[in-house]
Write a protein that binds this ligand. Structure first.
Ligand SMILES: NC(=O)c1ccc[n+]([C@@H]2O[C@H](COP(=O)([O-])OP(=O)(O)OC[C@H]3O[C@@H](n4cnc5c(N)ncnc54)[C@H](OP(=O)(O)O)[C@@H]3O)[C@@H](O)[C@H]2O)c1
Length: 263
């Protein structure tokens, strides 16, 4: 890898995206950290010993995606693109608004497609695109219709991009991390279980110490991005809980180990 190699991580101002950006910054490449708010991105950058460049941009807008492309030079190669930006909302069916539905679909689906396409000039043979997946792609959850639909669509988008981009030597993979101890899960835990019954499940997992630390998932993602073959990387979606690959990256530690990683 050379200094012209770049990793772009969306959603890097908190949670999983932040942990992935920090982990990739330990490699010899430039990491561009994307989020709408600059301050959390600056905090991510300050936590890293490596090079993290914050770019405040809304991935769900054309102008935001242009801003990301503007941060790249023609000689750059986007070695890794990690789609971690995401939105979740708790809305019972009767209260779904067009505005929230659109924001969630725009962020969790459209942005992943169009940012990947916008970055094609910098995605070259050997580049990898990683979708942060979700169990909600196949598991319906009460009061989270927009999120579940967006995750199912994102899953199919990844599958289609995988076959479309393989001839260019670009591998597109997906890995389910959940549930991870992030602000998104904290908001779900705080929800009224009468409205959002899954809140109880997440609360139980939290109380049992079974929310995974973002830094642990980041280690898994870094292994996937850097240590697997293209075929393995873009095989069926990976899942952090599948023990068959733990020996390769967990190094004998506990999947649920608490790792201090400020959010
Ligand atoms: N936590 C879990 O257990 C879990 C499980 C399965 C999947 N996931 C997925 O993992 C990803 C990361 O979630 P998380 O749990 O780490 O939650 P999080 O802490 O809420 O992170 C989401 C990040 O996305 C950014 N973001 C949201 N909309 C954006 C936009 N339009 N443009 C740019 N950035 C945007 C947010 O920053 P700004 O507000 O500053 O933009 C935030 O930093 C999401 O895609 C989520 O669906 C999480």
């Amino acid at each position: 890898m050379s200094r012209c190699d770049i990793a772009i991580v969306t959603g890097a101002g908190s949670g999983l995206g932040r942990a992935v950006a920090r982990s990739l910054a330990e490699l010899p490449l430039r990491v561009i950290a994307i989020g709408r708010r600059l301050d959390p991105l600056l905090a991510t950058a300050s936590m890293s010993g490596g090079t993290i460049e914050p770019v405040a941009a809304d991935v769900s807008t054309t102008s935001g995606r242009s801003r990301i492309c503007s941060a790249l030079r023609s000689a750059d190669r986007v070695r890794f693109l990690v789609h971690a930006a995401g939105m979740h909302a708790i809305e019972p069916l009767g209260s779904i608004t067009v505005a929230t539905w659109r924001r969630i679909l725009d962020t969790n689906v459209d942005a992943r497609l169009f940012l990947t396409l916008d970055l094609l000039p910098w995605l070259q043979p050997g580049s990898r695109v990683l979708f942060v997946g979700s169990n909600s792609a196949t598991r319906p959850r009460q009061s989270a219709t927009a999120y579940c639909v967006s995750q199912a669509a994102s899953h199919m988008l990844q599958q289609c991009l995988k076959i479309e981009l393989a001839p260019r030597g670009i591998a597109v993979g997906s890995a389910v991390p959940s549930p991870v101890d992030t602000p998104m899960i904290a908001a779900q835990i705080a929800a009224d279980p009468g409205l959002y019954p899954d809140a109880e499940d997440y609360r139980r997992l939290r109380d049992a110490g079974q929310l995974i630390a973002p830094a642990t998932v980041a280690r898994f993602y870094r292994w996937l991005l850097t240590q697997t073959s293209d075929i393995a990387f873009s095989a069926d979606p990976w899942n952090v809980r599948d023990e068959s690959h733990h020996e390769h990256w967990l190094n004998g530690t506990d999947l649920y180990a608490r790792i201090a990683a400020p959010d």
